[in-house]
Design a protein around this ligand. Sequence first.
Ligand code: ZN
Length: 443
Amino acid sequence: MLIIGNGKLVTRDTQKPFFENGAVVIDGTKIAAVGVSADIKKAYPQAEFIDAKGGVIMPAFINTHEHIYSAMARGLSIKGYDPKGFLDILDGQWWTIDRHLTLEQTKYSALDTLIQSIRNGVTTVFDHHASFGHITDSLFTIADAAKETGIRACLCYEVSDRDGMDKAKESVMENANFIRYALKDDSDMLAGMMGMHAQFTISDETMELAAANKPEEVGYHIHVAEGIEDLHHCLQHYGKRIVDRLYDWNILGEKTLLGHCIYINPHEMDLIKDTNTMVVHNPESNMGNACGCPPTMELVHRGILTGLGTDGYTHDMTESFKVANVLHKHHLCDANAAWGEVPKMLFENNAVIANRYFKTPLGVLKEGAAGDVIVMDYNPPTYLDENNINGHILFGMTGHDVTTTVANGKVLMQDREIKVVDVEKVMAECRVESAKLWKSING
Ligand SMILES: [Zn+2]
């Protein structure tokens, strides 16, 4: 048994939202109780004790859109890369990288991303992977890294025709094989989805192949209207808007996650809402790629289940939280916008999204919920309780303040020290593999 106590405990459970000096006790993989530190210590005298030292104890973060394949892009300069628009960014940078990725490079990209996730207090990751340099077994390789680092992972491979039909087929089969493997895994730490890049790189033939090979228990994870080019392509080639095309292919539904949704209209929002489909917003990525600002506040107001991801841009959910907060105020010219919606996306909706794939309650500290807990080193200059915790996180905390990360009852990091892997060794290997990747790209 493990107690994490002596901190301001934020549970996200409406029944018992806050303890000024609280503790959470984990038995095996799940939370056994929450309460006042002294009472919990007395009730479980034999348990191991992690001292939060007066910091904030809260549920670990969930990232509902990540890209492991982007890990080795940091510091890379690609010869001749001079993007004039979003399609140039995709083809000139991201597809160029993933076309060269070997299985070994996917492994180290995964280890790096998952280590950074632990450092930022993220214990559940929905990844959308591409490595057209080596497709088969890529998801299994990432799953091994997830097991090694102790992260809960929902994985998929982004199917696309962009490198030819043989690779599109291989991608569909990688998804199908991995989904079947994950469905048999009873750890509640692994899940799979049918990954799709975006409709503009997927023909009807490939749509049909994906549908025919997707186990019915899972849905799709696909980029939607990230760039205006995606919408123009769909109108030109299929005479309909993107969400209509997805609806016609039976892709929408409560297990399906749509990334971005920047260029969608009210009719498409109705389809998303009526099918109970999930959406994930990635504010930094949208801004960095100059893609535009999605109508995220409207999606939330319409009751569409909308979460928050990082799109590989960062692994720190507090960064997405802060940027989403200012982006929508700026975009709507409304200083009152986003105060309630963005915290709801990060702290409520991401958990609902994750629990469409994982059985154990996530994003909450209460009896029976997953033993996914973080400690923030935080000494507030003002009063803190359940009513203003989101303001404290927004203006006072970053991922670097996470000192301890526990997932599924296992201590992954304590006092900033990663416990599950030899970080020095992994990073040294990462640098070796990334140098090989860069050489294969730039010659
Ligand atoms: Zn993405």
